[in-house]
Structures are given as C-alpha cells and as structure tokens.
Design a protein around this ligand. Structure first.
Ligand code: ADP
Ligand code: MG
Ligand code: ZN
Length: 599
C-alpha cells in the first residue's frame, strides 16, 4: 500500500515539473514577434530602445525591444550581429550587453523548482494528514481498516521465539502452506483458515504470529480487537471489510487479530439489548471468514487470553478451528528465553542462566525479558559494561515484587511486627514439604505497599495442585498472622491480603475442585467472570442459599484446620521464630541459607 502511494507522488511530481517547464518555455517564446515585425515597427517610429542580449553561444541571442508606448517585446535571434546592423540601419543605437554566460539553471529553473517543491510539499502534507486521520479528513477515513502491514526487513522468525516447541510444531504446516499454497491445493488438502492462540499475557502469542509471517515471508496484517471497537455504529464492521479486502490483494498473507476477545465476546450478553456495535463487527468478521475459500492463501490468526468468553460461533469449523494453547514456559523454556534475551547483553562469568530459570517458575517470556532488562539497567547504573548475577537477583525482586523502598521510614515497633510476621511465613515454608524452600525473607517495604515479603524458591513446575499442597499454601498464608498473635497481645491489619489469599484457595478447593467431602465433587464455581453484568442478571446463582451456607461452612472448616496445624508448627519452632526475627531486624534481609541455618 505504501509503495503504491510513493509511486503516485512521483508521477504527480514529474507531471507538475514537465508542465511548468513547458509553460515557462511557451511564455518566453510565445509572442510571435518577428524580424519583419521589428522592421515594420522601426519604420513606423514605434521603437524607442533596443537592448541586445548575446548568448553564451554567439552569435545567438535575443533583442529586448521597448516601444514608445512603454510596451516591451522580445525577439529571439540566431544571428544578433545581423540584427544589430539592421537596427542601426534604422537609426536606432542599440545597447549591446556583455555576453552573459547566463546560468540557465539559476535564472530559469530555480523559480520553477521552488514553485514545484512548495506545491509538492503542500500536497504531501495534505495527503499525509488525511491518511493519519488527523484534522477534518478523519471523517473520510473512518471506515478504513487500521491494520498495519509489515513485511520484509528485520523480520522475526521462529528462531526468535524460544521454547514453545509444541506450539511451533503445530504452526509448521501453516508456514509450509503460506510458502507454497499450491503444494497443498494440488492434493486437495484443506488448511485451517483460522488459528487461535490462547494463553496468558506475555507468553509470546503476538511474537509467535509475527514469526509465522516472517518464517513464511508473507505480508502480516495486524490489528488489535480494540481498534475495531469505536463509538460509531458500523465503523467496526466496515473496518473488518476493508481489512479483508486488503488481505485478499496480498494473499498469501496473515491477518492477525490481537485481543480478539474485544470483538468476539459471546453475543447477546450486553445490557442494552442485542444489536450493538461489537456484535455487528463480530458478524462481519464471521461473514468475511466464511467468505473466502479454504485455500485462498489467507490465514487468520488471533490471540486471546480469555478463550472462555469468546463467542462459540467463532470456534466453529471453517473459522478458528485450530486452537493452540500458548503456556507459560517450563524450566527449559525459561532458560532458552533468557538466552535469547541475553544475546545482546554481555554477561559476567558468574551469571548462571540455568539457575535463574529454576527460580522463576510462573514467569512469562515478557517477565523474563523484563528481568534481564532491569538487570542491564542495574549494571549500567553501576557503570559496568556487563551484567552480573547480582544485577539479575536485584531485578528479580523488582520484577516480582516491585522496587524495594529502602527510604521509607518505619517505626521500630512496625519493623518488629513485620519481622515476626515474615518469620512466621518462612518457618512454614521451611517445615512444610510441598512448599518452599525459602529464597529470601525481607522486611524492606516494597513498591507495591507490602511491609516485607517471604519469597519461596519454586522447586518444580506443577501440572496439578494436590489437596495437600493447597492446604499447605493456606497454612503458609496464615503463618504471618499466627506469629503476630503468639508474640504480641494485639494483632494488626497487615495480614489482610494473606487472609484473603487463604480464603480464596479454600473456596476454590470446595467449589471448583470438589475437595470437600460434605459438598462433594460438584462445581459451584461461577468462574468469577463478572464480565457480563447482563448475563449475571439473567442467570441466577446456580445453587441454592442452603448450598451457599454449606459452602461457607466447609471453607471455614478448612481454614480452621489449617490454622490449628500451622499454629502447632510455629509454636514447635518458637526458638527459630525469635532468632529469625532478630536476624531480620539486624540485617533487614536474609537469604534462604541463612534462614535454614537457624534450625
Ligand atoms: P503476548 O502477545 O502473548 O501477550 P508477546 O508476544 O507480546 O506476548 O510477548 C511480549 C514480549 O515477551 C516479546 O516481545 C518478547 O520479547 C518476550 N517473549 C515472550 N515470549 C517469548 C518467547 N517464547 N521467546 C522469546 N521472547 C519472548
Ligand atoms: Mg500480544
Ligand atoms: Zn504475610
């Protein structure tokens, strides 16, 4: 699209230039004043003055004739010496100017050029403004797709996507198809039209889609679902139409719709009745996807982290019938991602990416990229040209928890409470088998508002949570509050988020995972997706008040059980509690090893 635009400008510029040059030439030689005319005028005494301009290439030149009326005319001559004699013969003394090696460019071309450049400049400005949608011309471009087309240079390929081995394999045939659609059509193979990438934010969905386009070396139209959503009805739908029109011209190509959940939410769930803007847009998208043939060479890729809220119609065969789950990376994947992003960062020899990969379970690709970037910033701040393990450790805390705020002033009493609170968490992390061990315990307040933190070292990636593990999670959460209770007469509000977390886990155990004997293996969980107020109003809770009461009772009994057990463990280790708190007050931050040594 861009290319064509530039060509158009070029043509216009050339035409303008030629036109002006011609015009200029005509203006100069336009008056068909002749030698005969001059003779006539001189004989009639109408000529007052004659100026002779010899050219560089003598004897050519021109005569500038001023009449008694004040009028002026120009006569071009191939031989001025002959004309000079002619003028003299009529009793007029011509003024012969010096031979001017007239700079043709300066005198004739420069004014033209200035005009042309100014004209082109104004023209380009105007068109640029209208295509940016700025100013008044915005209205004209409303329905245009906002897709960005990118191809060629600096393209991302599968090599840039670390880990995600299975995901890449699943995309292999799509890439093959885009490279050579004929290969597939000849044997009558059907290639999916739509591929839906689904996974948490930052796991590399956008990156993967770009890599597919880059790998196949085809145009990549990308648009975000939220771009479709405008105030004015019909705009979204027309954008979709426009987008696919463009794509068809560039096939084989990829159309990528990021955050598709913004347009493709389940229909008929809005508060204000059915036919809203989003719905029209979605309908248009479905129409377009049905509209082109299976092997036309357009692959529609889309990304979402909320596959659960998508309209089922979008997942039907012939639409997004290929779903690829893009998950948070495992240890191996994390190490590879770290390697990719460490490529342009010189690492000190103490840096152990494998060890960092091990301590970052749950981190997405984006988190890891961020982690290394923060580490590089730390190194730069210290004036080092390479990144040390310590830089990464520092940024680990920053990325995970927010910057440590050493500057905030806290009272000694507050500090003491926090120290015991964190020590309580840490003891449970240490003692309980399925959680921890402790990585760092700190009573330095964090950027996100916590007074301190206890960070465990994740040991392995877990596919399933067991009942035992979930109970231990609850116990750890309660540990802070329990320690406060044992040591101080009073309790603080500092444990509110711990309590909330514990309650949430317990409730999930009962309503989602069927882990309570009294409630049984039934899902009473509404997924907590209060996205559609309309839908929630229309569908009352799926269980009765009696069951709700039963659930609350079960949640309470789980919490109570965990509380009692956790308190026993902390009381058994009261010596460690005091020692850990004292050490924390002294050093503010202790490592897992320092803590373990207290036992
Ligand atoms: P998503 O679209 O899933 O939210 P992105 O594709 O936008 O995530 O990823 C954000 C950034 O995180 C990428 O630009 C890249 O730097 C990094 N990243 C994520 N996953 C990977 C990966 N598998 N390999 C390399 N970098 C990754
Ligand atoms: Mg994305
Ligand atoms: Zn706590």
């Amino acid at each position: 699209m861009k290319q064509k635009g530039i060509n158009q400008y070029l043509v216009i510029i050339i035409v303008l230039l030629l036109g002006l040059i011609l015009l200029n030439t005509f203006q100069n030689r336009e008056d068909d004043y002749t030698r005969a005319g001059l003779i006539q005028d001189m004989e009639a005494g109408r000529v007052r003055e004659v100026l002779i301009h010899p050219n560089g290439e003598a004897p050519t030149g021109y005569l500038e004739i001023t009449f008694t009326t004040g009028e002026e005319k120009t006569l071009y001559a191939t031989d001025i010496t002959e004309l000079e004699a002619l003028v003299r013969a009529h009793g007029i003394e011509p003024q012969v100017l010096d031979i001017q090696r007239e700079n043709w460019f300066l005198t004739d071309m420069l004014p033209i050029l200035v005009v042309v450049i100014a004209g082109v400049f104004i023209f380009v400005m105007m068109s640029a403004q209208s295509s940016n949608g700025g100013g008044n011309s915005k209205m004209m471009n409303f329905g245009k797709s906002r897709a960005r087309l990118s191809m060629g240079e600096g393209r991302i390929t599968l090599k840039d996507v670390a880990g995600l081995q299975e995901e890449k394999e699943e995309l292999e045939e799509i890439i093959d198809f885009l490279k050579d659609p004929g290969k597939f059509t000849r044997v009558g193979a059907r290639i999916p039209k739509g591929v839906l990438l689904e996974g948490p934010p930052g796991t590399g969905k956008t990156l993967l889609a770009k890599a597919v386009a880059g790998e196949a070396n085809v145009p990549f139209f990308s648009i975000s679902g939220s771009d479709f959503v405008e105030m004015f009805v019909g705009v979204g739908a027309s954008r979709v139409r426009d987008l696919f029109l463009d794509a068809k011209k560039h096939a084989p190509c990829i159309v990528f719709i990021d955050e598709i959940d913004a347009v493709a939410r389940r229909r008929g769930t809005g508060m204000g009745g059915g036919h809203d803007e989003r719905e029209q847009t979605l309908n248009q998208l479905l129409v377009e996807m049905d509209g082109f043939g299976v092997n036309e060479g357009i692959i529609v890729m889309a990304a979402t982290n909320r596959v659960d809220i998508l309209d089922p119609a979008i997942l039907r065969p012939g639409r997004f019938d290929r779903k690829i789950a893009v998950n948070t990376p495992d240890v191996g994947g994390r190490e590879e991602i770290l390697k990719v992003h460490a490529k342009n960062k010189p690492l000190g020899d103490d840096v152990n990416l494998r060890q960092i990969a091990q301590t970052t379970a749950g981190f997405t690709g984006a988190d890891l990229e961020n982690l290394l970037n923060e580490a590089a910033i730390n190194a730069a701040k210290d004036g080092r040209a390479y990144v040390e393990q310590e830089d990464i450790k520092k940024s680990f805390v920053k990325v995970g928890i927010g910057t440590e705020k050493k500057s905030r002033i806290i009272s000694d009493e507050e500090k003491k409470i926090t120290a015991y609170h964190e020590a309580g968490h840490a003891i449970l992390f240490h003692v309980l088998p399925n959680v921890g061990p402790v990585y760092t315990v700190s009573i330095i307040p964090t950027g996100s508002g916590a007074a301190g933190y206890t960070m465990p070292l994740p040991e392995k990636d877990e596919m399933f949570l067991t009942k035992g593990k979930m109970k231990q999670d609850i116990m750890v959460s309660l540990g802070g509050r329990i320690a406060e209770e044992i040591i101080f007469d009073d309790i603080t509000t500092g444990a509110s988020s711990d309590i909330k977390k514990a309650t949430k886990v317990a409730r999930k155990m009962v309503t989602r995972f069927g882990m309570s004997e009294n409630i049984g293996v039934i899902n009473y969980d509404d997924d907590g997706d209060e996205v559609f107020i309309g839908r929630d109003l229309a569908h009352p809770r799926s269980h009765s008040e009696a069951v709700a009461g039963e659930i609350d009772k079960e949640v309470k009994s789980i919490i109570d059980e965990c509380y009692t057990k956790a308190k026993e463990i902390i009381l058994e280790n009261e010596g460690v509690l005091h020692k850990a708190a004292a050490l924390l007050l002294q050093k503010e931050k202790i490592t897992g090893e320092e803590f373990a040594a207290l036992f």
